[in-house]
Ligand binder design. Structure first.
Ligand code: AP5
Ligand code: MG
Ligand code: ZN
Length: 214
C-alpha cells in the first residue's frame, strides 16, 4: 500500500507516519525531514532550503521534486512508501504522477488529516523536537520526561525555527493557497480519504488503520 499523508502544518503527518512505520513495513519520506537533515549536514541543498523554510515559504519545486525522485528511485520492489509533506501544490502532484508512472509504482490512497486552525496553532506553538534525532514532543500533550532532553537519545530538545508564531501564520496561508486544493485533485482521482485528525494520537492512528484495512 503506497500512501500520501497530507494535511496542514501541525495536522500530525509526522506523528502518524512514525506510528505507521513502527507497526508496519513502510518507508517514510518527509520532504521537511529530508531538508532538515540537509541543513544539519550543512550541504548545499540544506543552505538553499533553509532560506525558504525559515520564512515558511515552499522550497522551489524543481529542487523538491528532484529530491523525491532520488528517494523513490532507490525504493526496493517489495517496499511500500508514505509520502509526508509531498506533494504540496499541483505542480508537485503532477510531477509525482509522472514519476510514479516512470518507476512503475502506484499510489493507493491520499489520506488527509482534518484539523481546525485553532488546534493546529496550539500543536505548532507547543511542538518541540530533538535537535539530534528529530523525535517530536509537545509541551502539553507529550513532554519529554526530563525537560529539554530527548527521551530517545538524550539530545537537546528545541523549538523548530519555523514554529515561531509569525512564521506559523505564513505556513498556514501557504498551505491554504497551495496544498488544500490537492484535496480536490485526489478526490477526482478517486484516491482521497479524509480522516479526523483531532483527539489523541492513538485515536487518530486507529482511524487511519481502519481505512487502510478496509
Ligand atoms: P514540514 O516539515 O513538512 O512541515 P509541515 O508540513 O508544516 O508540517 P509539520 O511537520 O509542521 O506538521 P506535522 O503534520 O508533521 O505535525 P506533527 O506530527 O509534527 O515542512 C517544513 C518546511 O519544509 C516547509 O514549510 C517548506 O519550507 C519545506 N518543505 C517541505 N516539503 C516541501 C515541499 N513538498 N515543497 C516545498 N517545500 C517543502 O505534529 C505537530 C505537533 O502536534 C507535535 O508537537 C505533536 O506532538 C503534536 N500532535 C500530533 N498529533 C497529535 C494528537 N493527535 N494529539 C495531540 N498532539 C498531537
Ligand atoms: Mg512533519
Ligand atoms: Zn533525540
Amino acid at each position: 500500500m503506497n500512501l500520501i499523508l497530507f494535511g496542514a502544518p501541525g495536522s500530525g503527518k509526522g506523528t502518524q507516519s512514525a506510528l505507521l512505520v513502527e507497526k508496519n513495513t513502510y518507508r517514510h519520506f518527509s520532504t521537511g525531514d529530508l531538508f532538515r537533515a540537509a541543513i544539519k549536514n550543512q550541504t548545499e541543498l540544506g543552505k538553499l532550503a533553509k532560506r525558504f523554510m525559515d520564512q515558511g515559504q515552499l522550497v522551489p519545486d524543481e529542487i523538491t521534486i528532484g529530491l523525491i525522485r532520488e528517494v523513490l528511485k532507490k525504493l526496493k520492489k517489495n517496499e511500500s512508501f508514505i509520502l509526508d509533506g509531498f506533494p504540496r501544490n499541483s505542480t508537485q502532484a503532477e510531477a509525482l504522477n509522472e514519476l510514479l508512472t516512470q518507476l512503475s509504482l502506484k499510489l493507493d490512497m491520499a489520506v488527509f488529516l482534518e484539523v481546525d486552525k485553532k488546534l493546529l496553532i496550539n500543536r505548532l506553538t507547543g511542538r518541540r523536537v530533538c535537535k539530534n534525532c528529530g523525535a517530536v514532543y509537545h509541551i502539553e500533550t507529550k513532554p519529554p520526561q526530563k525537560e529539554g532532553i530527548c527521551d530517545v537519545c538524550g539530545g537537546q530538545v528545541i523549538q523548530r525555527p519555523d514554529d515561531k508564531e509569525d512564521v506559523i501564520e505564513n505556513r498556514l496561508n501557504i498551505y491554504e493557497d497551495n496544498t488544500a486544493p490537492l484535496k480536490d485533485y485526489y478526490r477526482k482521482k478517486g484516491l482521497y480519504i479524509e480522516v479526523d485528525g483531532t483527539g489523541g494520537q492513538d485515536q487518530v492512528y486507529q482511524r487511519i488503520s481502519k481505512v487502510l484495512d478496509a
